[in-house]
Design a binder for this molecule. Structure first.
Ligand code: SAH
Length: 399
């Protein structure tokens, strides 16, 4: 096995159990390793420190599989790690019975570059690192064993694969396409999940708890759901008794799916048909238009896409977050609620709160935090890997 030798002092992040080794920390590779091969990471003075997956094309030159150098990285290793991740979810009562569930949350489950989401008896995997790509067969066999699922589909078409020198890969790895749509139930609402062309693995499972929270605040309110995707927040608002729901997204296919999702729930569709609108628009423009025509809402959700994938995009992203939050504050009735999120890795919690605070001030309103929001429990954050905490949100009462 090849050895990845670090520069002096660069072993410190490993002592804090951070799983990434950047190219700048690496002095040299001793021996030969192909992309994804397991290497032993060594300090400058020759101490073995970890077993990691080598990725010569990426700035993240290696990702640690194990901080115990006696661990063998083989099929049995993946069987154990996958089974542990599945067991971790099974041990949390709040996740019991969820039809849509993240089974593996990459680094935070000790499996860098591995995402696995379950929709009923279908599992969708996304492999985003050279190491994960190399161990595809082991990961798939382990998922099959741990879940007994009927089928496994691969959605490794995320852009980040390019940084690892990997081509997009999609297709069935186990079983075959189901006869009809894949439909999950979330808090009593049916949602179709398009695992082939939908975003991520098909659905934003990370917002599950927050969608339920929204339902609890929706009764009698006029709701505006910005960046609605397939209508997850919109349908929960209707289930919670919203007076009306206007949903905005720039993606026509997403809006079509959202309308179809409403139709899957006749209990919501029948009662509310005249108060529900799916509007295809750019949120930045549409919020301005709504303000210009004197519209107002009692509850606004802002769940935009990742404006800042990394810290280098933070400045431009900050302006975008400020813009939509400022407009949303202006559109709220006094005492209205704003549920606002950032899923940008490059914008930390503290910065996000500052941006929203300055938006509130510039809108001339006073906003108070009712609750801080985060991803659901099937998206755990390993304390040693703060990068795992990408989703942050605030529920604000705006006077
Ligand atoms: N809240 C959703 C997930 C939102 S994902 C849920 O719970 O399922 C972000 C969405 O924003 C995507 O559907 C994308 O199509 C949309 N989007 C991205 N940029 C946009 C823009 N400028 N205006 C409107 N929608 C946009």
């Amino acid at each position: 096995m090849a050895e990845l030798i670090l520069h002096r002092g660069k072993e410190r992040s490993l002592f804090k159990r951070h799983p990434w080794l950047f190219d700048t920390a690496v002095a040299r590779l001793s021996g030969h390793a192909r992309p994804g091969d397991t290497v032993t990471v060594q300090s400058a003075d020759g101490r073995p420190l970890a077993k990691a997956a080598y990725s010569p094309h990426s700035k993240i030159r290696a990702r640690v599989w194990s901080f115990d150098v006696t661990t063998t990285i083989d099929h049995a290793f993946f069987k154990r790690r996958v089974a542990e991740a599945v067991a971790r979810r099974a041990a949390l009562p709040e996740l019991a019975g969820q039809q849509g569930l993240r089974l593996i949350h990459a680094e935070s489950d000790g499996l860098p570059g591995v995402i696995a989401d379950k929709y009923g008896d279908t599992v969708v995997v996304q492999l985003t690192s050279a190491g994960a790509d190399k161990w595809r067969a082991a990961i798939v066999a382990a998922l099959q064993k741990a879940t007994g699922c009927a089928r496994i589909y691969e959605r490794s078409d995320s852009e980040v694969r390019g940084l690892e020198g990997l081509e997009p890969v999609t297709g069935w790895l186990h079983g075959a396409a189901p006869a009809g749509e894949i439909i999950i139930e979330e808090h009593g609402v049916k949602m179709a999940v398009d695992i082939v062309v939908g975003h991520k693995t098909g659905f934003y499972l990370d917002q599950r708890d927050n969608r339920r929270l929204l339902a609890g605040f929706s009764a009698g309110r006029r709701v505006l759901n910005c960046f609605c995707y397939t209508g997850g927040f919109s349908l929960q608002a209707l289930a919670g008794g919203a007076a009306s729901v206007l949903s905005i997204d720039s993606s026509q296919p997403a809006l079509q799916q959202a309308a179809a999702n409403l139709a899957l729930n006749p209990q919501l569709a029948a009662a509310r048909a005249h108060d529900v609108e799916w509007r295809a628009a750019n949120v930045f423009d549409e919020l301005r238009k709504l303000k210009a025509v004197g519209e107002s809402f009692d509850l606004i959700v802002l769940d935009p896409p990742k404006f800042a994938p990394s810290a280098s995009h933070a400045e431009r992203a900050s302006r975008a977050y400020k813009d939509i939050n400022l407009l949303a504050c202006k559109l709220l009735t006094p005492g209205g609620l704003l549920m606002t999120y950032s899923c940008s890795g490059g914008i930390g919690l503290e910065l996000f709160q500052k941006i929203v605070a300055s938006a509130a001030i510039d809108s001339g309103r006073t906003a108070r935090i009712v609750k801080r929001l985060q991803g659901s429990a099937d998206h755990p954050v390993d304390l040693a890997f703060p990068e795992g905490e990408y989703l942050k949100g605030l529920l604000l009462q705006v006077d």
